[in-house]
Design a protein around this ligand. Structure first.
Ligand SMILES: Cc1cc2nc3c(=O)[nH]c(=O)nc-3n(C[C@H](O)[C@H](O)[C@H](O)COP(=O)(O)O)c2cc1C
Length: 223
């Protein structure tokens, strides 16, 4: 092992995790649905100054059963679930088309909180996808239009050129909606709220949708 790698191990051991003070969570006073509970925790994350609390990891599986994961932005939360927006030709969209069951994970270090969701991702109606695209800033719309997301970029000048072309096109056609802009909602069947503690006596609450999907069953989990 190189010296730099050995130093890295020591460095990692010195980094604190779940450093006090962290909130002492009382799950008995928590709401009856994970949607309401998420809204409360998101508000508390904002008040605690958590940076980008709407950033979440979307985990998918490809056609060979290989897991994949990346960070996305949470765009909305309603009775249909947790929304995100992606391009139809991207690897993650192709993976969801093959296997719609996904996982979402949030981590908010300042509060020592993690939220995990598992469930199917469903494509929202075309008019909602179009509305989401139209609400994006000009630069984001141009990027979504120009990018062959996750394909190999062999010539960086091609990207610059495509972006400039997309920008000019959208200025001339401000109502244009890029084909393949998709918004999905994840309707979870399981949601877990995890409150970390500096003494490692973490508190965990799992919401599970009942088999007839009529109510959320709540159980505490061992740390
Ligand atoms: C903070 C943050 C927010 C992101 N938000 C999005 C997003 O909302 N939609 C998106 O398609 N990619 C987003 N990305 C980029 C993705 O993580 C990913 O690199 C890209 O979508 C390609 O993923 P894929 O190859 O698995 O399809 C974001 C990345 C970061 C770090």
């Amino acid at each position: 092992m190189t010296t730099a790698m050995a130093d890295l191990k020591d460095e990692l051991r010195r980094i604190p995790s779940l450093k006090a003070p962290l909130p002492d969570m009382d799950f008995s006073a928590f709401p009856q649905t994970p949607h309401q509970a998420f809204a409360i925790w998101l508000q508390e994350a904002l008040e605690a100054g958590v940076r980008e609390p709407h950033a979440m990891t979307l985990s998918t599986c490809d056609e060979n059963g290989w897991p994949d994961a990346r960070v996305l932005i949470l765009k909305n939360l309603d009775e249909r679930g947790w929304h995100f927006a992606i391009k139809a030709e991207s690897p993650k969209a192709r993976q969801i088309a093959t296997e719609p069951n996904v996982a979402l994970t949030f981590y908010w270090p300042a509060l020592g909180r993690q939220i995990r969701l598992r469930g199917p991702a469903a494509l929202l109606p075309a008019e909602e996808c179009a509305a989401d695209y139209s609400e994006r800033p000009q630069g984001s719309r141009a990027s979504a239009l120009a990018s062959q997301q996750s394909a190999v970029l062999s010539d960086v000048t091609e990207l610059t050129r495509k972006l400039a072309e997309a920008d000019a096109f959208l200025i001339a056609n401000p109502d244009f909606v890029a084909p393949g802009w998709q918004v999905y909602a994840v309707a979870p069947i399981v949601v877990e709220f995890w409150q970390g503690a500096s003494d490692r006596n973490h508190k965990r609450l799992r919401f599970k949708l009942s088999s007839d999907q009529s109510e959320w069953e709540r159980v505490r989990l061992w740390p």
